[in-house]
Each structure stands twice: as structure tokens, then as C-alpha cells.
Write a new protein. Structure first.
Length: 242
């Protein structure tokens, strides 16, 4: 993963995300719903739910939204029954794309995702057609401008807690973990009062599809269109600007 910085991408997109606050709240409420549905409504015994609640609060999601999502998932409220699944396909130039969705209407979502691919020079594929090109990793970012921490001590702390590697860039420390040790590393760093700018389990491409010109522009439009869909939680891809 040397040379790859997801952090710069995330920082660049924060402004656009802030303009879509209502949608952001909805997506985070759905994440909380799924975590509570799968592991129970008590964040003390459900680490994934605790992570989702912490992320929601960091983005100023109201407590009532959080409580409502948990209550829906645990049967405290009547509401939609959400399904979580992943679409896979190819974008312009053959770039690999995975789309995680959470929906209460599978037919509607399938139609919207397929339309986005078709409109932007891509095509939806079968399950498994591109997922083998990605690795699932825990990912933690510490913004260097917000903390005073010794790099060597931080690396030692992270590795002792179970991290696989740490990269240092001009703006951030980027820590990668196995998904199973992610919570241990996260807890250890927070225990040292270290502020985490990003904390998630996500997918990273093993190789990149470098695109340029109109093909790259079309790929960017596909990503934007998919991310704008209400039921889409995450879009993963191996596109990189040539």
C-alpha cells in the first residue's frame, strides 16, 4: 500500500459531504441500524455499534436519530426492514467498482445502480467479478496538525496493539490493521488520548486502473452519481488519475 493515501481523498471530499448533511445523517442512521440488528443494541457489548455511534456523534448526528435507529433495529419501533448487500461492476476503461447499499427496496436500488453504470460508460457485473481485487483492512488516520505525538512511539503503540503497518505523510499518520484487530488498535490509541481523524474498516484495491482524459472524467461522474444515491453507503474503486 506504499504511496497510497486515502486520507487526502477524504479531506478533499469533506466539504461536499457537509453540504449533504441530511443524507449523511440518513446513511449513518442506517449504519447504526445494521450494527444494532446484527450485534444487539448495547454499545458496551457491540463494538461495531459503538464505532458507528462515535462516528455519528463526531458528525453531529442528533441523539434522537441514533436512538431511533437502534430502537428500529431491536424491535422498539415499527419501521422499514433494511437489507445490506454489494453490487460489483466495471466503470469506464475497465476500472473495478464495488457499491455497498442498504435498502428497504431491492428492486428500486438495483434499477438506480444499474442506471448509474449504464449512463456513465460502465456495466454491472456478477457477484465476485471484482471483489477479489480488493483487500479489507482496518484504517485509522491521525491528523498531524491536531496532535503532538512522537512518530516512533505511536508506531510502537499501534503495532503492539495489533496494527500491520503505519505510513507517515506530510499531513497524517495512516495506520492499517487486520479487520479483526481494528477495535484493539482503535481502543489502544484512544486510551492514549490520541484524536483519530478517520477510523473505519474499508476496502483497498490491490492494483490501480489509471485513467485519463474523458475516460477519467466519466469515471468521476459515475462515482459521484453512485454516491448521490440514497441507498448507497460506500463506493469502492481502483480508479486513479493517470
Amino acid at each position: 500500500m506504499a504511496g497510497h493515501s486515502k486520507w487526502a481523498n477524504i479531506k478533499h471530499r469533506k466539504g461536499a459531504q457537509d453540504k449533504k448533511r441530511g443524507k449523511l445523517f440518513m446513511k449513518m442512521a442506517k449504519d447504526i441500524y445494521v450494527a444494532a440488528k446484527e450485534g444487539g443494541g448495547d454499545p458496551e457489548t457491540n463494538p461495531q455499534l459503538r464505532l458507528m455511534i462515535d462516528k455519528a456523534k463526531a458528525n453531529n448526528v442528533p441523539n434522537e436519530n441514533i436512538d431511533r435507529a437502534i430502537n428500529k433495529a431491536t424491535g422498539g419501533l415499527d419501521g422499514a426492514n433494511y437489507e445490506e448487500f454489494t453490487y460489483e461492476g466495471y466503470g469506464p476503461g475497465g476500472a473495478a467498482v464495488m457499491v455497498e447499499v442498504l435498502t428497504d427496496n431491492r428492486n428500486r436500488t438495483a434499477s438506480e445502480v444499474r442506471h448509474a453504470f449504464n449512463k456513465n460508460g460502465g456495466n454491472l457485473g456478477e457477484n465476485g467479478c471484482v471483489s477479489f481485487m480488493f483487500d479489507r483492512k482496518g484504517y485509522i488516520v491521525i491528523d498531524r496538525s491536531e496532535v503532538e505525538v512522537d512518530e516512533d512511539e505511536l508506531m510502537l503503540e499501534a503495532i503492539e496493539a495489533g496494527a500491520e503497518e503505519m505510513e507517515t505523510t506530510e499531513g497524517a499518520f495512516e495506520i492499517y490493521t487486520d479487520p479483526e484487530t481494528f477495535q484493539d488498535v482503535r481502543t489502544a490509541l484512544k486510551g492514549q488520548n490520541i484524536s483519530l481523524d478517520t477510523e473505519e474498516v474499508t476496502f483497498f484495491p490491490q492494483t490501480y486502473s489509471e485513467l485519463e482524459g474523458e475516460t477519467a472524467e466519466q469515471m468521476e461522474k459515475l462515482i459521484d452519481m453512485l454516491e448521490d444515491l440514497e441507498d448507497v453507503q460506500e463506493v469502492y474503486h481502483n480508479f486513479r488519475q493517470a
